[in-house]
Design a protein around this ligand. Structure first.
Ligand code: PGA
Length: 257
């Protein structure tokens, strides 16, 4: 694809006021620089509409952290993809490892969510990645292929009609850990993701409509290294996205890369 993405995952780390002020500061500082990188912020659910108001008319794009697979119905507590669209979300994280671990989100659920988001023309950011044990047991490839295949199974039952989707490779042992991962491992995973996509939906569709990004302890020191990995066109950032100074440093690094 070529276009770069920097996606801020604020998780459940900020109050409503903190979220609003961070969004406001990003809007003001982004207006002062030139960047070709697409910058997406993913606030927590209850804050989405307020942040949507703050960033309206700016270059910042809005993403949600979760959605359900039905637009409407008796699903207490769930998040409607149609409502996300109404709020102005153009992106949504799906299958983040924290949701898989704490909320029991399965590969099948991820697949249904991806299909529902695409129907709403919301770009799913599909998070896949192996645990430390799976890596040590030499099961990384198997895990990534399974997660990706099931994430796209429902969506690819229909002919692809031009929607963009993002795959975020997030080794679970890297998230929030500050550990190091070798570039070769990131490149090998990006290649595996591409190969799997080519088999799932043809290389022509995958090349044109899918962006692969990296996530897990991305910071101002290591971002340029990740962005120079072949096959990686952006980053999903948790901790380093929580202050305007840190996140704007990442934006500047991405814009120069
Ligand atoms: P981190 O989180 O940058 O704090 O490791 C990334 C993520 O969970 O998406």
């Amino acid at each position: 694809m070529g276009k770069k993405y920097l996606i801020a995952n604020w998780k459940m780390q900020l109050s409503i006021n903190e979220s609003r002020s961070l969004a406001q500061e990003l809007v003001e500082r982004l207006a002062l620089i030139k960047t070709d990188t697409s910058i997406v912020v993913c606030p927590s659910g209850p804050v989405l509409s307020q942040v949507a108001g703050v960033i309206r008319g700016s270059d910042l794009l809005l993403g949600a952290q979760n959605s359900f697979w039905e637009d409407r119905g008796a699903y207490t507590g769930e998040v409607s993809p149609a409502n996300l669209k109404e709020l102005g979300c153009s992106f949504c994280l799906v299958g983040h490892s924290e949701r898989r671990e704490y909320l029991g989100e399965t590969d099948e659920m991820v697949g249904r969510k991806v299909a529902a988001l695409l129907t709403q023309d919301i770009t799913p950011i599909i998070c896949i990645g192996e645990t430390e044990d799976e890596r040590d047991d030499g099961r990384r490839e198997e895990v990534l292929v399974q997660q990706l295949s099931l994430a796209l199974a429902d969506a690819f039952r229909q002919p692809h009609n031009g929607q963009h989707f993002i795959v975020a490779y997030e080794p679970i042992w890297m998230i929030g850990s500050g550990q190091m991962i070798e570039s070769e491992d990131v490149i090998a995973s990006a290649q595996l993701i591409r190969k799997t996509l080519n088999e799932l939906c043809t290389a022509a569709v995958a090349d044109k409509f899918c962006t692969v990004i990296y996530g897990g302890s991305v910071d101002t020191i290591n971002l340029s290294g990740f962005l120079s990995c072949s096959g990686i066109d952006g980053a999903l950032v948790g901790g380093t996205s929580l202050t305007a100074d840190n996140f704007m440093s990442l934006v500047e690094i991405a814009s120069r890369s």
